[in-house]
Each structure stands twice: as structure tokens, then as C-alpha cells.
Design a protein around this ligand. Structure first.
Ligand SMILES: Cc1ncc(COP(=O)(O)O)c(C=O)c1O
Length: 386
């Protein structure tokens, strides 16, 4: 077995991205400009949505989305506990309250049956997170949202390219937010995109992403632009640079191929672990296209002599990098102290958290590296099974 460490993630950057960046650097226009516009247009075409607003992170997109639909102090927004803090922290930016909801045991997605119980007169929106790249039960979520007149802001940080019953993620909820962070299916280093079919929300997000100054403010240094601008609202500084967009334009061309490569690795893992009762492989629901951002195994700890941490250490000793997605929000100090959440409030996420490990899954992995992960997991199970 090779001694070289296999990292949990490595981006797939080709000569196309490199020359696109060099061309942008040489163009003399580095910040948001024509490349960001092209990236937005390409993204809208790829997703099949009306409007795409390029920003510098998914967190920024989520913040802008909540601002656009009018979240205010004192409102409540439903978010899953099984997510990254970004999903909930943006709610706190408004002095609104993130109301956590437990996950389903199979997909680890938010449990729609529990959403309805969390709704109060203050609830204004739901932020479903497509965990690992597999769509939430959007029919159920949209039904609840319509019944209670709630906005649906999808956190699709993991879900590119992904589909739900034939519909592309990015065309379903009111606003959908994507991430181009380094580990995501496509990357711009740091970056994100908000998609919507609503022209008012798109315009609002665009304006607020650049200080809340009047439209096309980015043009003010161009020949067509004017020095005059007006500040309409106190906005944010969330625009995506043309350097990032230059990478994104090239990455997007490869997005389907990247998705297919991840799906092939997932299928190899499924096959490689199919005879091991000590681990559960991810459950895929029917009629979905999974983006396979994450491949999360669940350990059956009663069949093993080691815990999850020791399992991760055993894989590390074999040169395999892993991660854990996620430490549920209700177990973090901030959420415990601010909202008084206890492990018992979210029994499913609390229990599953003890047993989950995310394995490496990215297009740059070679056949022998994928085989190494399968072998590493199998060896660990064989060595530590009861
Ligand atoms: C579910 C989820 N939402 C949001 C984010 C934030 O994405 P970004 O780093 O682009 O702000 C992440 C980051 O990994 C995430 O996993």
C-alpha cells in the first residue's frame, strides 16, 4: 500500500482554468465585470433558471436571499440541525431565530414531518439543505410552505448538478444558493450563486451584493459607465471577482463530467462495502440525481470494537483522509448556549452523528486511490469487528 496520504479533497483544476485566469489577469479587469456576467449567464442556462447572481460565497448568497424575501428581527426560520453553521448563522445576522429541525435517518435530510411541528406564527421561511448532494423531499416541503405561506430558500451548497423528480435543483424553491468553495463539485476558490425566477429578488440581491448602490454599479469605471451612483440601502460586499468567475466558467463546462465521476466513485464504494454489515452505505431515494458531494458511511458501532474517532484514526494510519459531516448544530456551544438546545431535542442527529464518516470522493481520485479507500475501510472493519 502506498505511503502517500490521500487527502479528503483535492480540486480538479485543468489548463483551461489556468489560462482563463491568466487571460483575466492580463485583461486589466480583476473585480466583478464581464467574466462574472458570462458566468451568471452560463449558470442560468445550465440550471434552466431565469436569474443567477454571482457572489463570493454560498453564505453570502443565503444572506442576500433572506434579505431579499424580507426576513426581519424577531422572525423565525426553520433550518436542519444536520448542516454547516452557515445555513443558520445567516438567520442570526437579522436578529431572527434559526429553529432547528431533526433529520431523517436514511438520507440525513431535514425531516418534513418535524417541520410542521416547528412552525409558529413567527415562522417566515424554511432553508432545506440538500445533504451531501441528495435533494430533500421537496414536494413535502413545498406543500408545508404553501400551507403556511413560508418562503423556501434552498441551501444547495452540495447539490450541483442535482435533480429532484426531473427538476433541476436551482429551479424549485423561491431562491436557491450554491457554493463554489474549494471542495465543491465546481469551485472558484471561494464563491457562490443565488438562482431565482423572480426578477425583483434577483435585482435586490444584485444591488445588495455591491453595497446597495444603484444597478450596474460595477460599470462605473468602464467607458459605458458613469461616475454617479446612488446608495439605496446599506448593502454588503459580496460580489464575485472576475478572477473567480474565470475559473467558474471553465469549471461549469466540466460540471456534468465531474458529477458523473463522483457517481462512479459512489457506485464503486457501494459495491466494495455491500457485504459488510458493520457499515451502512448512503441511501439513495428514487427519481433523483445525486450530486455526490459527500459519501457518508454510518458505522454500526454495536458490531465494532472501536468508535467513530478510532475508525477515522485507523484510516488515517493507512493514509486515508476523511471528515465528518456534520457536527449537528445543536451540539455546538453557540447554539446550545443561545437556544438552550440539548442532545435529546434532536435524537436522530445526535445518534447518527456518533456513527458518520465522510470518505474521499472527487474526480481527481485515481482508480488505485479509490481501491485504496475500499481496502482501507474493509481492513479496518475486518480488524475491529466483534
Ligand atoms: C450545507 C452548507 N451550506 C453552506 C455552506 C457555505 O458555503 P460557502 O463556504 O460557499 O459560504 C457550506 C459549506 O461547506 C455547507 O456545507
Amino acid at each position: 500500500m502506498s505511503n502517500t496520504f490521500l487527502p479528503f479533497h483535492q480540486p480538479e483544476i485543468g489548463p483551461e482554468e489556468i489560462s482563463s485566469v491568466v487571460e483575466t489577469l492580463e485583461s486589466g479587469w480583476l473585480t466583478s465585470g464581464s467574466k462574472a456576467k458570462i458566468f451568471e449567464e452560463d449558470f442560468s442556462r445550465f440550471i434552466g433558471c431565469q436569474y443567477s447572481v454571482a457572489v463570493n460565497s454560498c453564505t453570502a448568497a443565503l444572506h442576500l436571499a433572506l434579505e431579499a424575501v424580507g426576513i426581519e428581527e424577531g422572525d423565525e426560520v426553520i433550518v436542519p440541525t444536520m448542516t454547516f453553521t452557515a445555513t443558520a448563522e445567516v438567520v442570526v445576522y437579522f436578529k431572527a431565530k434559526p429553529v432547528l429541525v431533526d433529520c431523517r435517518p436514511n438520507t440525513l435530510n431535514i425531516d418534513p414531518d418535524l417541520i410542521e411541528r416547528a412552525i409558529t406564527t413567527k415562522t417566515k421561511a424554511i432553508i432545506p439543505v440538500h445533504f451531501g448532494g441528495q435533494s430533500c423531499d421537496m414536494d413535502a416541503i413545498l406543500r408545508i410552505a404553501r400551507k403556511h405561506k413560508l418562503y423556501v430558500i434552498e441551501d444547495a451548497a452540495h447539490a450541483l448538478p442535482a435533480k429532484y423528480h426531473g427538476k433541476t435543483i436551482g429551479t424549485i424553491g423561491d431562491i436557491t444558493c450554491f457554493s463554489f468553495y474549494a471542495t465543491k463539485t465546481i469551485t472558484t476558490g471561494e464563491g457562490g450563486m443565488a438562482t431565482t425566477q423572480n426578477p425583483d429578488w434577483a435585482a435586490r440581491m444584485r444591488m445588495m451584493s455591491l453595497h446597495g448602490i444603484s444597478q450596474d454599479a460595477w460599470k462605473r469605471y468602464t467607458k459605458e459607465g458613469s461616475w454617479y451612483y446612488e446608495v439605496v440601502r446599506p448593502g454588503f460586499k459580496y460580489n464575485l471577482t472576475d478572477i473567480g468567475a474565470a475559473i467558474g466558467i471553465e469549471q461549469l463546462k466540466k460540471c456534468d463530467a465531474f458529477g458523473a465521476a463522483r457517481a462512479r466513485i459512489a457506485a464503486t464504494y457501494d459495491q466494495g462495502f455491500s457485504d459488510l454489515s458493520e457499515i451502512e452505505t448512503p441511501v439513495c431515494e428514487s427519481d433523483l440525481q445525486h450530486a455526490w458531494h459527500l459519501y457518508v458511511i454510518q458505522l454500526n458501532l454495536d458490531q465494532l470494537k472501536i468508535d467513530r474517532h478510532q475508525f477515522i484514526e485507523a484510516l488515517k494510519e493507512q493514509g486515508i483522509g476523511t471528515s465528518v459531516h456534520f457536527i449537528p448544530l445543536h451540539l455546538h456551544r453557540y447554539y446550545r448556549e443561545s437556544f438552550g438546545s440539548t442532545p435529546e431535542d434532536f435524537p436522530m442527529a445526535t445518534e447518527i452523528y456518533q456513527r458518520i464518516i465522510s470518505l474521499p470522493i472527487y474526480p481527481k481520485m485515481t482508480g488505485s486511490q479509490i481501491a485504496r479507500v475500499v481496502e482501507g475501510v474493509r481492513n479496518t472493519v475486518k480488524h475491529y469487528r466483534r
